[in-house]
Design a protein around this ligand. Structure first.
Ligand SMILES: Nc1ncnc2c1ncn2[C@@H]1O[C@H](COP(=O)(O)OP(=O)(O)OP(=O)(O)O)[C@@H](O)[C@H]1O
Ligand SMILES: [Mg+2]
Length: 389
C-alpha cells in the first residue's frame, strides 16, 4: 500500500522536497520491531510508543523523524540497532537532534564501480568506495594508519592498487613491501619496493629513523604535527608504507627467520605507535586477521579499517569489534569501512594493467634508497646485521 507524505527542510541531506509516495512497509515494520524489542515507555500501565512524525524518501532509502516518548533515549535504540537492521533487512543510521532521526538504507549497492580518478580536497585524500550514501571519501593524513583485511580473493590488493593510484599525485613518497613480489612489482620505479625479509627490515628501519628525525625537526620548529609544519611554509612529503600480506612479517606465523621477523615486527609497532603525527602512514593488508597476526597492541594503533568478507566471526570481531564482515555477501570488492562508524562499501575496481598506465612517466613518489653500506659488525651474539639482497 502507498500513501502520500510531504518532506521539507532537509536539503543538506539531499532529500526530496516534494510530496513523494512511500511504501508503508518499512514504517509498519519499524513500529513492530519497536514493540517487540521493548522500545516503548510504560507509565502507570499505559504504553507510550515512539511516533514516526515525518517520512522522506532519499537517494538511498528512507529518512524517518521519530518523536520519542519520555523515558526513551537514542542509546536505547542504538542498543537495539542490530535487531532493527535484521528485522528491516537494511542498514540503519541514527542521530538525535530535537527528535530521533533514522536513516534506512534500502537501496542495494551496485556490485561494480570502475576506477575513476577524483579531484578531492585534502592532504592525502582518496575515495574509499561507494556506500549507499554515494561516494565515500577520506584523508589518509587524518587517520594515521589503515588496516585492510579479508579472505583470499576478496579484493584487498585491488583496494591497495586503487589507493596507491589516488595517492600518487599528492606530496607523497611511497614504500611498498610485497613478499609475494609479483603483484606490486610494477611500482618498482615509483616506490621503494622490497620483497625480501632483509630488504623489508632495512626499509622499516629507515622509516623509523626518519620518524625520529622528523620528531626532532618538529620540536625545533615548535610544531606538533606535519600539517602545522607545512603551514609554516616547509615542504616535507608524506611517507606512505603499504604492506601487502603483512603476516609474512609476523614472528608468530612462521618460526623460520624468527629473529628477523621479530626485528621487523618491532619496527612496525614503533611506526604504528609513534609515526602518526609526523606524516608517516602505514597501510597493512592481511588475509589472516587473527590474534596471532594482529595482536591488540597493533590493532589499537590502527583507527581505520576496510574489512572484506572474513572466514569467521572471530576474525570479524578482531578487525571491527563486531561480526559484520562475516555476514557480508560474497561479492568481490564489497567491504565494511570502519572509521567513525561502520559503512558497507563497494571498492572501485582497478586492475594492475590499468594501474600501471596511470603511473606518471617520471615520479616524485620514489624515495631515494639509502646507499648500501657494509653491514655493521654484530655487537653481541644475536644482533642481526642488515645485508641488502
Ligand atoms: N572492487 C572490486 N570490484 C570488482 N571486482 C573486484 C574488486 N576487487 C577485487 N575484484 C576481483 O577479485 C579478484 C581478487 O581480488 P584481489 O586480488 O584484490 O584479492 P585479495 O583479497 O588481494 O586476495 P589474496 O588474499 O589472495 O591476495 C580480482 O582479480 C578481481 O577480479
Ligand atoms: Mg592480494
Amino acid at each position: 500500500m502507498l500513501f502520500e507524505i510531504t518532506c521539507f527542510g532537509l536539503g543538506a541531506l539531499g532529500l526530496a522536497s516534494t510530496a513523494v509516495k512511500l511504501p508503508e512497509n518499512h514504517v509498519t515494520k519499524l513500529q513492530k520491531v519497536f514493540e517487540n524489542t521493548g522500545l516503548v515507555a510504560k507509565v502507570n500501565g499505559t504504553v507510550h510508543r515512539p511516533r514516526v512524525i515525518k517520512k522522506c524518501r532519499t537517494e538511498y532509502g528512507l529518512h524517518l523523524t521519530i518523536k520519542l516518548p519520555a523515558g526513551l533515549c537514542m542509546t536505547d535504540f542504538l542498543k537495539r540497532q542490530e535487531e532493527i537492521e535484521d528485522y528491516l533487512n537494511c542498514e540503519v543510521d541514527m542521530e538525535m537532534k530535537k527528535h530521533l532521526h533514522m536513516y534506512l538504507y534500502t537501496h542495494e549497492l551496485k556490485g561494480y564501480y570502475p576506477f575513476k580518478m577524483a579531484d578531492l580536497e585534502g592532504e592525502l585524500p582518496f575515495v574509499v568506495g561507494y556506500s549507499k550514501e554515494g561516494r565515500l571519501t577520506a584523508d589518509l593524513a587524518e587517520f594515521p594508519h589503515l588496516l585492510v583485511a579479508g579472505e583470499t580473493y576478496g579484493g584487498k590488493s585491488v583496494f591497495l592498487h586503487q589507493l596507491i593510484a589516488q595517492l600518487m599525485p599528492h606530496n607523497v613518497k611511497l614504500f611498498v613491501i610485497d613478499r609475494a613480489r609479483v603483484e606490486f612489482a610494477y611500482l618498482q620505479n615509483h616506490a621503494w619496493f622490497e620483497h625480501t625479509m632483509s630488504g623489508s627490515i632495512k626499509m622499516l628501519q629507515y622509516l623509523e629513523n626518519e620518524m625520529k628525525k622528523r620528531m626532532e625537526i618538529f620540536v625545533k620548529a615548535g610544531v606538533e604535527k606535519i600539517q602545522e609544519y607545512h603551514k609554516k611554509g616547509y615542504n616535507l612529503p608524506y611517507y606512505v608504507l603499504v604492506i601487502d600480506e603483512f603476516s609474512q612479517l609476523s614472528p608468530k606465523l612462521n618460526k623460520d627467520e624468527k629473529k628477523q621477523r621479530e626485528t621487523a615486527h618491532s619496527h612496525l609497532v614503533n611506526l604504528l605507535c609513534l609515526a602518526r603525527k609526523v606524516g608517516i602512514h602505514v597501510v597493512l593488508a592481511t588475509q589472516r586477521p587473527d590474534r596471532d597476526i594482529l595482536p591488540g597492541q597493533l590493532k589499537a594503533n590502527i583507527p581505520a579499517t576496510v574489512c572484506f568478507k572474513v572466514r569467521n566471526e572471530v576474525n570479524s570481531r578482531i578487525c571491527l569489534d563486531n561480526d559484520k564482515a562475516y555476514y557480508l555477501p560474497r561479492i568481490k570488492g564489497h567491504a565494511i569501512y570502519q572509521f567513525d562508524k561502520d559503512r558497507r562499501i563497494q571498492v572501485m575496481h582497478l586492475d594492475v594493467s590499468k594501474a600501471r598506465k596511470l603511473l606518471p612517466e617520471t615520479t616524485k613518489t620514489k624515495p631515494q634508497k639509502p646507499a648500501d653500506k657494509k653491514p655493521p659488525k654484530p655487537k653481541k651474539e644475536g644482533d642481526i646485521p642488515i645485508i641488502s639482497q
